[in-house]
Ligand binder design. Structure first.
Ligand SMILES: CCCCCCCCCCCCC/C=C/[C@@H](O)[C@H](CO)NC(=O)CCCCCCCCCCCCCCC
Ligand SMILES: Nc1ncnc2c1ncn2[C@@H]1O[C@H](COP(=O)(O)OP(=O)(O)OP(=O)(O)O)[C@@H](O)[C@H]1O
Ligand SMILES: [Ca+2]
Length: 554
C-alpha cells in the first residue's frame, strides 16, 4: 500500500505511558514505545497488535483541547493537573472516534493525549481539525423531526440523551421539530421547510416516520422539477438531501437493513461521518393516480391483513404485530388475482442466489453506471416498452414485493435476504394457497438459516415493474358476472359457500405499503433506481482476523 506522507509525529502520553503518535491525511496512529521496542520485527496477529492503535481520519468524530479542570481518566476524580514543567501530562487533547462493538454497532470512543508543550498540543488539535474540515461529505446543518409517539414512545428521550450530545460534539447544528400530528413532517417538508439551509434531514421514529420524510422530500423534489407524480411513465428526479434514520419505532426495518442494527448511537455516527447509501423507491399507482412510494415491503394478503388488524391495536406498541400476526395466521385467508411483471435482466442476480447486498455492493454500483448510460441514451420506459410481461393468475396467501432485504430484529435475514438496496429492482414473492402447516414452515424459515423460497408453493422473481388485479376486478370476470346476471355480492357469497370445505376463505385484502394501508387493491408498481440517499453505508462485511494494521501504513 502506498505510504501517505506524515503530517505530524510526536511522543505523547496516554494514561502515563509514552506513545509515538503519528498523523497522515488518512490515519491517526499511536504506538506504545516500550512495547514496540520489545516486539521489534515480530508481527502479532489478532484483534490488536500489542500496544498499537489506529483510527482512520474519516472515523474521527471530533478533537477537543482538554481543560485543566476535567476528571482524570484513570481515577475518575476531579483534580488539578500538576504544574511542574517536567510533567508530560500538563497539556492534553482528546480525540473522539468511531469504535466498532457488537454486530454492526458503533460506539463513540475517545483517547486523551498528554504533552508538556501547550503549542504542540494546539498544533495537534489544529492539524486534526484541518483534516476533518477536508471531509466535505460530512453534514454541518441538519433538520430533525421527532415522532414522540413512535414505537415505545421514547423518540424524544432517545434523541435528547443519546443523539443530541454527539451531534453537538461533532459541531453539527440542528433545527429540531417534534411532530404534533401524523403527516406533520411530510407536509412541512413538502411545502414549508427552507431546505437550502440544510445538508440533510433526520427522522427519529420508525418506518412510518421515515416514510413521511421520504414522501415529503421526493414530492418536493418532483414539484420543483415540474415532474408529474401521477404519470407512471415519468422519470422521477433524485433527491438532493440525504436522510438519516434514528431508530425509535416498532419494526425499524429500513434502518436495520441499511445499517445492520437498530441502535440510535450507531445511526447518529453514520450521519456524522457523512455516509451515503443510495436506495431504490417503488412508485405505486392506481390507473392514473399516484398512491404512495415504497422502499421496503409492499405486501398483499398476509402482511396486509396483519397491518390492518394491528392498526386497531396501536396502543399495544410493537407487540401488536405479533398478536395480529398469530390472528391472521389462524384466519388463513387466500386471495385470487392476477400478477403481471417485467423481469429484471442483465447482471442483477437472482433472489435465490446467496449474494447479499453489502457495503460497496458491486451489483448496486453496476446499476448506478447503467442508469447513467440509459439516461444519456434513451428513456428507461422506452426500453421497458419492448420487454415482455409475465402473467401469473392464481390463489395466493401472500403477494410480497421486497425492494430491500427487509431485515429487522423479527427476521434478521429479512423477507428477501439477497435483495439489493440500490439495483433498481424489487423481489416479487408469491406464496400460493397451501396448508396452514406449510405456511407456518415458510414463516419459520424467516427466523432461521433455511431457505424460505425452497417450497413448491413459493415463487420469487426479481422485477422492475409489476401489476396486481384482484379477481373481482378483472374485466373478464366482470363480463362473466354481467352475462350470467349474478351481482358481485352474490358472486362472493357463492365462492364462500364453495370453499367452506377446505377451510380457506377467499376475500379481499389490503396492500401494506411500508406499514401504511393503501386505499386500492388494483395497483401498478414501478421501481425507480437510486432515487434517494441515506446517511448509511449498507451492511459492513464482518471483519476477518488478519493483521488489522495492514491498512495503517504510516
Ligand atoms: C412462527 C414465527 C414466524 C415469524 C415470522 C416473522 C416474519 C417477519 C417478517 C417481517 C418483515 C417485515 C417487513 C417490514 C415491513 C415494514 O415496512 C412495516 C413498517 O414498519 N412493518 C410491518 O408491516 C410489520 C410487519 C410485521 C409482521 C409480523 C408478522 C408476525 C407473524 C407471526 C406469525 C405467527 C404464527 C404463529 C402460529 C402459531
Ligand atoms: N405527533 C404525532 N402524533 C401522531 N402520529 C404521529 C405523530 N408524528 C408522526 N406520527 C405518525 O405515527 C406513525 C407511526 O410512527 P413510527 O413509524 O415512528 O412508529 P411505529 O409505527 O411504532 O414504528 P414502525 O413504523 O417501525 O412499525 C407514522 O405513520 C407517523 O405518520
Ligand atoms: Ca432493490
Amino acid at each position: 500500500m502506498e505510504k501517505q506522507s506524515r503530517l505530524l509525529c510526536s511522543e505523547l502520553c496516554v494514561q502515563r505511558r509514552l506513545y509515538e503518535v503519528t498523523l497522515n491525511c488518512a490515519i491517526l496512529a499511536w504506538k506504545d514505545i516500550q512495547i514496540a521496542k520489545k516486539h521489534t520485527g515480530r508481527a502479532i496477529y489478532g484483534a490488536v497488535k500489542a500496544g498499537s492503535y489506529c483510527v482512520p481520519v474519516c472515523e474521527i468524530i471530533a478533537v477537543q483541547e482538554k481543560d485543566d479542570d476535567t476528571p482524570c481518566k484513570n481515577t475518575g476524580k476531579w483534580q488539578k493537573v500538576p504544574q511542574s514543567p517536567a510533567d508530560p501530562c500538563q497539556h492534553a487533547f482528546t480525540v473522539f472516534y468511531v469504535e466498532r462493538t457488537r454486530q454492526h454497532c458503533w460506539w463513540c470512543s475517545n483517547v486523551t493525549f498528554h504533552c508538556s508543550d501547550h503549542s504542540l498540543c494546539l498544533l495537534w488539535v489544529q492539524t486534526i481539525r484541518e483534516q476533518l474540515a477536508l471531509l466535505t461529505n460530512r453534514p454541518k446543518s441538519l433538520l430533525v423531526y421527532i415522532n414522540p409517539y413512535g414505537g415505545k414512545q421514547r423518540g424524544k428521550q432517545i434523541y435528547d440523551h443519546k443523539v443530541a450530545p454527539i451531534f453537538s460534539r461533532a459541531s453539527i447544528s440542528t433545527d429540531v421539530i417534534v411532530t404534533e400530528r401524523a403527516n406533520h413532517a411530510r407536509d412541512h417538508l413538502k411545502t414549508e421547510a427552507d431546505l437550502k439551509k440544510y445538508d440533510g434531514v433526520v427522522c427519529v421514529g420508525g418506518d412510518g416516520m421515515f416514510s413521511e420524510i421520504m414522501h415529503g422530500l421526493v414530492s418536493r423534489t418532483q414539484q420543483e422539477a415540474g415532474v408529474d407524480e401521477n404519470s407512471m411513465e415519468e422519470t422521477l428526479m433524485p433527491c438532493g438531501l440525504r436522510i438519516g434514520i434514528i431508530p425509535a419505532g416498532s419494526t425499524d426495518c429500513i434502518c436495520y437493513a441499511t445499517v445492520g442494527s437498530n441502535d440510535p448511537v450507531t445511526s447518529a455516527l453514520h450521519i456524522i461521518v457523512g455516509d451515503s447509501q443510495a436506495m431504490d423507491i417503488c412508485s405505486v399507482h392506481n390507473e392514473d393516480r399516484f398512491l404512495r412510494y415504497s422502499v421496503s415491503l409492499l405486501g398483499y394478503g398476509f402482511y396486509g391483513d396483519v397491518l390492518t388488524d394491528s392498526e386497531r391495536k396501536r396502543w399495544m406498541g410493537p407487540a401488536r404485530y405479533d398478536i395480529s400476526g398469530v390472528k391472521t395466521f389462524l384466519s388463513h385467508r387466500y386471495y385470487e388475482g392476477t400478477v403481471s411483471f417485467l423481469p429484471a435482466e442483465g447482471n442483477l442476480g437472482s433472489p435465490r442466489d446467496k449474494m447479499q447486498c453489502r457495503t460497496g455492493c458491486s451489483v448496486c454500483r453496476q446499476s448506478s453506471s447503467d442508469k447513467l448510460v440509459s439516461k444519456n441514451e434513451d428513456s428507461v420506459s422506452d426500453a421497458e416498452c419492448q420487454d415482455t410481461w409475465t402473467v401469473i393468475r392464481g390463489k395466493f396467501l401472500a403477494i410480497n414485493a421486497a425492494s430491500m432485504s427487509c431485515a429487522c430484529p423479527r427476521s434478521p435475514k429479512g423477507l428477501s435476504p439477497s435483495a439489493h438496496l440500490a439495483d433498481g429492482t424489487t423481489d416479487l414473492i408469491l406464496v400460493r394457497k397451501c396448508s396452514r402447516l406449510d405456511f407456518l414452515r415458510h414463516l419459520l424459515r424467516h427466523t432461521n438459516k433455511d431457505d424460505q423460497f425452497d417450497h413448491s408453493f413459493v415463487e420469487v422473481y426479481r422485477v422492475k415493474q409489476f401489476r396486481f388485479t384482484p379477481r373481482y376486478q378483472e374485466c373478464d370476470s366482470e363480463v362473466d358476472l354481467r352475462e350470467s346476471g349474478v351481482t358481485g355480492k352474490r358472486f362472493l357469497s357463492q365462492i364462500c359457500r364453495e370453499h367452506r370445505a377446505c377451510g380457506c376463505m377467499p376475500s379481499q385484502s389490503n396492500w401494506n405499503c411500508d406499514g401504511e394501508i393503501l386505499p386500492h387493491t388494483a395497483i401498478q408498481v414501478r421501481v425507480h433506481c437510486q432515487l434517494i440517499k441515506l446517511f448509511a453505508r449498507g451492511i459492513e462485511e464482518q471483519q476477518v482476523f488478519e493483521d488489522p494494521y495492514a491498512h495503517c501504513a504510516i
